[in-house]
Design a protein around this ligand. Structure first.
Ligand SMILES: Cc1cc2nc3c(=O)[nH]c(=O)nc-3n(C[C@H](O)[C@H](O)[C@H](O)COP(=O)(O)OP(=O)(O)OC[C@H]3O[C@@H](n4cnc5c(N)ncnc54)[C@H](O)[C@@H]3O)c2cc1C
Length: 375
């Protein structure tokens, strides 16, 4: 009998794992707190490195109107800007759309999607019991933890990162307005940076992350946008010339970039649950999708008996995860720090403009290579 896998969390990490594993014939249950579709705070720019893999799973974002993005503008708080072609490019699609379509596709391949909140994961006698808020208990051979950047389960599992300060907040809204659909802008302001690009329904996604210290001096989001973000003329133009398509912006707080472990108490972590790259790098979703592929391939090998035991599976995954992502996380960290250094970021921009070949190389440092498809 194939092994049974429970996946906790229906973001990109969880959904792509569910799709891959159910296509490979494993029994998959995915437990997600919220119903699909739902907007999420996210820049909604996905690097194309994952496109061949998604297409091999039968998912083509362009079939849902995703925008093909290749022109990158980076600007400083003082509105100095540089433009470049993205080395690989990406696509713009809302989480409202992509999460739901992946959930539908996974269901069609046999994944059972359950709407509930997981409250506890118990590992005993080479198996798991997963307990939910509604009082259900589900059992499985393997559990994938793909519950995002911060969850009740991180507290329950007493994960180290949860005890440290997480001083960032993020805001996102869609706007109706004009902007070239091949463009993505990353516009810095004092205390943060804001991504601007189009998604499938032609809305402009405006999503920013800011440190709480800069934000707390202002009464509300609109004052902050008016008095801080709009000092950058690129952002001022977006806010002045477009109309918000949401009733109000979405916001989240307590975002942490502390290191995490890819395996904890035998739970195989995927996506932001395993580690989160700075959104500045625009690579978190691709990393979640790539981690789902690595993990699913190993689980299939385990199921076939090619990986002999749980210890071997866990070690192989931790090794692959660190090999592939540790360097990218470090680069994302360093770059975001440099851009938070005010006047220094203006100097970096002068340098980037003087030596234009450097920016594509920096972008490549935080991104992966196109993923080979060998399920
Ligand atoms: C401001 C900001 C901008 C970003 N911009 C970009 C970008 O432009 N490009 C990019 O590639 N990346 C971007 N990222 C990163 C990207 O959003 C994440 O890396 C990506 O969403 C990770 O997917 P995931 O599946 O790990 O987590 P998520 O998409 O967060 O999914 C986790 C899921 O788990 C569920 N969950 C949590 N706890 C439980 C529980 N106990 N029981 C059941 N379900 C649970 C949640 O409801 C959620 O649906 C950005 C991040 C931020 C904060």
């Amino acid at each position: 009998m194939p092994r049974k896998v429970i996946i906790i969390g229906g973001g990109l990490g969880g959904l792509v794992s569910a799709l891959h594993l159910s296509q490979a014939g494993l029994e998959v249950q995915l437990i997600e707190k919220y119903a699909f579709p739902r907007h999420k705070v996210c820049g909604e720019y996905i690097s194309k490195e994952v496109l061949p893999y998604l297409q091999s799973l039968g998912f083509d974002p362009f079939a849902y109107g995703a925008k093909d993005i290749m022109d990158f503008t980076l600007s400083t708080p003082g509105s100095r800007a540089i433009q470049t072609k993205l080395p690989l490019g990406g696509f713009g699609i809302s989480r409202y759309c992509i999460d739901e379509k992946l959930a539908d596709l996974s269901r069609s391949h046999g994944t059972e999607i359950i709407q509930d909140t997981v409250e506890d994961i118990l590992y005993e006698a080479d198996g798991f019991e997963v307990k939910t808020k509604s009082g259900e208990v589900y059992r499985a051979d393997l559990v994938i933890g793909s519950f995002g950047k911060r969850s009740n389960l991180d507290v329950k599992m007493d994960r180290a990162f949860i005890k440290k300060d997480s001083p960032f907040l993020a805001v996102k809204a869609h706007y109706k307005g004009d902007m070239p659909e091949t463009a993505v802008g990353l516009h810095n302001f004092k205390g943060g940076y804001c991504g601007v690009s189009k998604v499938e329904n032609d809305h402009i996604n405006v999503c920013y992350i800011a440190d709480f210290k800069s934000f707390k001096r202002f009464k509300n989001i609109s004052d902050f946008q008016e008095q801080v973000l709009s000092k950058n003329t690129y952002l001022a133009k977006v806010f002045a010339e477009s109309e918000m398509a949401f009733e109000k912006p979405l916001s989240i707080s307590q975002i942490s970039f502390e290191s995490k472990a890819p395996v904890e108490n035998h739970v195989l972590m995927c996506g932001d649950s395993a580690g989160m790259i700075h959104p500045l790098a625009g690579n978190g979703m691709s990393m979640a999708i790539r981690a789902a592929q690595m993990l699913s391939q190993l689980i299939v090998q385990y199921d076939r008996g090619e990986i002999k035991n749980r210890g071997e599976l866990e070690n192989a995954y931790a090794q692959q995860w660190n090999g592939e992502f540790a360097g990218r996380l470090r680069s994302g960290h360093i770059i975001s720090r440099l851009f938070r250094l005010g006047i220094f970021s203006e100097m970096i921009m002068l340098f980037l403009k003087a030596v234009p070949s450097v920016l594509p190389r920096i972008i490549a440092k935080t991104h992966g290579k196109p993923i080979l498809v060998n399920n």
